[in-house]
Design a binder for this molecule. Structure first.
Ligand code: COA
Length: 163
């Protein structure tokens, strides 16, 4: 991989069913034991009321994000975002998040909500630096602990006029 800039939004496109295996590889590398399985990812990409985008570089998927929508709701839900560990810390998470926020606005939403492990420092940094605020802490939200905690932090952001 060359060292040219990797964070252009031109690298982002909508995912299709053909991408699920590559998304699963990114998911496994990024989340380890917390990773979604293939069928869940397939549901997220092809069946849910959702949009999944991928970040391509050199014809390889390095990251993905899925946002869920609900009928008659203006609240979008960031279901998942993951960047391959080989590409983390280069701004890809940030541009991917911005892209799903734009897509959510175009789908009529004015808020994004999401949950993350309370000990997931990288994710919390990404979200807080992108304008998200803590809404609540949800105890024992997750099945498998992350760094000793199963608690989630729910964050939100008003999308209009902030992107
Ligand atoms: C969380 C994650 C998506 C961030 O993606 P990324 O591409 O590495 O993040 P970026 O390079 O865009 O960085 C965004 C900001 O977060 C900060 N950040 C990223 N990783 C960090 C880390 N490990 N520790 C501290 N800060 C970190 C960056 O410094 C940057 O801050 P800035 O806005 O001041 O520049 C990525 O680490 C990941 O895939 N983690 C595993 C899966 C996961 O936890 N997903 C989120 C679940 S809710």
């Amino acid at each position: 991989m060359t060292t040219m800039t990797m964070t252009s939004e031109e690298n982002i496109r909508f995912a299709s069913e053909d991408d699920i295996e590559s998304i699963r590889e990114v998911e496994n590398r990024a989340f380890g034991i917390h990773a979604y399985d293939y069928l869940t990812l397939k549901y997220m990409v092809t069946e849910a009321n959702s949009v999944t985008v991928v970040f391509d570089y050199d014809k390889k998927i390095l990251a993905y994000a899925t946002v869920y929508f609900r009928k008659n709701s203006r609240v979008a839900h960031l279901e998942s975002i993951a960047v391959d560990p080989i590409a983390q810390g280069k701004g890809i998470g940030k541009v991917l998040l911005k892209e799903v926020e734009k897509i959510s606005i175009n789908n009529g939403c004015d808020r994004m909500i999401l949950e993350t492990f309370e000990k997931n420092e990288a994710a919390l940094k990404l979200y807080k630096n992108s304008g998200y605020e803590v809404k609540e802490i949800i105890e024992n939200y997750y099945t498998i602990p992350y760094d000793g905690s199963r608690n989630a932090i729910r964050l939100f952001k008003y999308l209009r006029n902030t992107i």
